[in-house]
Design a binder for this molecule. Structure first.
Ligand code: NAD
Length: 498
């Protein structure tokens, strides 16, 4: 069976320890490879390679870095189908869905291609007599990314193009569930002309993460994953003096007002809830039906949930694939059972679904729960599966209060025909990314991605201008060029402009 190795210094690198963990094909339930579980020695090797590469890469010109990014972007275009199939085979999502994440990740590369403009500093002439001031930003050094299973291409692409284009070198620790996309991307970078050691991959789980958080050679850590691990990473890495951005979990509400087009809302909420089997941090997991919207909405959601085509991700026509692991499948099916026991109405029950020819796959069907209340586990927990909970409320303000009381604040959507309601909603809701008649409002790469509350630990959203700020440090230079022999008095009082 194939062993997926680290990628260090521009080439595959065998693990220094024998530990591995299996990588499954979720559609068949079969082990298809094993991946190295790296530790401190592997992380140290990657940091050494990245440190050596930083010496020259940080001195490369903006033009050279942009040329690598343009070439890398083109390779991502040419290999989109191949990379999509690699992702689908390890994650379970459909190939088209995987191609979607590659396209959204590629947008960050496109943003990085134009970095020369975004990195421009400012200049102030004659701030004092004969004195000018300018500023510029410099890379941090070696930076690391720790990423989740659900977007094995896109989430790392939120990080490394900006880190690398701003002159840093990078160590990626991808999810051990679907590790192959990271090595594929490393090979594309090599073909794009990125010097060896600028982009490195260390596979593994907690040991590799702990080694990254403590390594003195790493200046900053970008993390995306569940909230408990985001908090842990933030705490440990900041304790070791690193800059940290840590994006966590979510419970995203779609609010439907009575004036909304219910058919439109139900269509989009169904796609937002069950797309990628609900394994998206921007998945809609709660539909908040306001007043008279409820019965019509539930009927439409039920009809659409029953129509979702579940199957292997590489079969034409599949809309929803399996969950990533057997444990995830069991967790989601147990959550539906708990919801029923706690008094929710199971309108559509996805439990026990079998896909012909794929009986061992980690499938569960779409589940729709009505009359869910804020006290139930199905409302409180991030289920990260194809389960949509409906909460009924009387007013928009009640819906806003519900969302604001939730510990998460990643994304939310409002379906309405009222501009006044949309404006009130977007101004009052304590959530980072908001859609108005848009179910999954993932920002474009030139904006930044990040939630509020427990969906983002620390203060830095990811990519866009926030990404540039995160991966660079500012310098401000105050300059005076006196004429030869010009005398300028030096005072012992604190200098002031004049
Ligand atoms: P996870 O937190 O289990 O794993 C994320 C990373 O942390 C992986 O690389 C994993 O190897 C590592 N890790 C896991 N347990 C660890 C431990 N005990 N100590 C140190 N490192 C550990 O998350 P996941 O299951 O891979 O991904 C799903 C989660 O990610 C969901 O909660 C989802 O909402 C979240 N997510 C958030 C965003 C966002 O932008 N906010 C985006 C995608 C996913």
């Amino acid at each position: 069976m194939k062993t997926i190795e680290h990628w260090i210094g521009g080439a595959p690198a065998a693990a220094t320890a024998p530990a591995t963990t299996p990588v499954f094909n979720p559609a068949t339930g079969q082990k298809q490879a094993r991946v190295a579980l790296g530790g401190a020695t592997d992380v140290d090797a990657a940091v050494r390679a990245a440190t050596a590469a930083f010496e020259t890469w940080s001195e490369s010109s903006l033009t050279q870095r942009a040329q690598v990014m343009f070439a890398f972007r083109q390779l991502l275009v040419e290999h989109e189908e191949e990379l999509g199939r690699i992702i689908s085979a390890e994650h379970g999502k459909t190939v088209d869905d995987a191609r979607g994440e590659i396209v959204r990740g590629r947008e960050v590369v496109e943003f990085a291609c134009g970095l020369g403009d975004v990195l421009k500093g400012s200049f102030s002439d004659q701030v004092s007599r004969g004195v000018d001031v300018h500023n510029f930003r410099q890379p941090l050094g070696v930076v690391a990314g720790i990423t989740p299973f659900n977007f094995p291409a896109m989430v790392p692409l939120w990080m490394h193009p900006i880190a690398i284009a701003t002159g840093n070198t990078f160590v990626l620790k991808p999810s051990e569930r679907d590790p192959s996309a990271a090595n594929f991307v490393a090979e594309l970078y090599r073909q794009a002309g990125l010097p060896d050691g600028v982009f490195n991959v260390v596979h593994g789980g907690k040991d590799a993460v702990d080694a990254i958080l403590a390594h003195p050679g790493i200046q900053a850590v970008s993390f995306v994953g569940s909230t408990p691990i985001a908090k842990y990473v933030h705490e440990r890495a900041t304790a070791h003096g690193k800059r940290v951005q840590a994006l966590g979990g979510a419970k995203n509400h779609a609010v439907v007002l009575p004036d909304a087009d219910l058919e439109f809302a139900a269509n989009h909420i169904t796609a937002g809830a069950y797309g990628s089997a609900g394994e998206r941090c921007m998945a809609l997991s709660v539909a908040v039906a306001v007043g008279a919207a409820a019965d019509g909405l539930v009927a439409a959601l039920e009809r659409k949930a029953r129509e979702v085509k579940v199957g292997p991700g590489d079969a034409p026509g599949t809309e929803m694939g399996p969950l990533v692991t057997r444990a995830a499948q069991e967790r989601v099916e147990n959550a539906v059972a708990t919801a029923a026991a706690q008094g929710a109405t199971v309108v559509v029950d996805g439990r026990g679904l079998k896909v012909d020819g794929h009986e061992q796959g980690f499938f569960t069907g779409p589940s729709l729960l009505d009359h869910v209340t804020a006290g139930m586990n199905a409302y409180q927990e991030e289920l990260f599966g194809p389960v949509l909970a409906i909460v009924r409320v009387d007013t928009l303000d009640e819906a806003i209060a519900l969302i604001n009381a939730n510990p998460y604040g990643n994304g939310t959507a409002l379906f309405t025909a009222s501009g006044e309601a949309a404006r009130r909603f977007q101004r009052r809701v304590r959530v980072g990314m908001i859609g108005v008649n848009v179910p999954v409002p993932v920002p474009m790469s030139y904006y930044s991605f990040g939630g509020w509350k427990d969906s983002l630990i620390g203060d830095s959203p990811i990519h866009g201008r926030e990404g540039i700020r995160f991966y660079t440090r500012p310098k401000v230079v105050t300059t005076r060029w006196p004429r030869p022999a010009q005398q300028i008095a030096a005072g012992f009082t604190f200098p002031t402009a004049g």
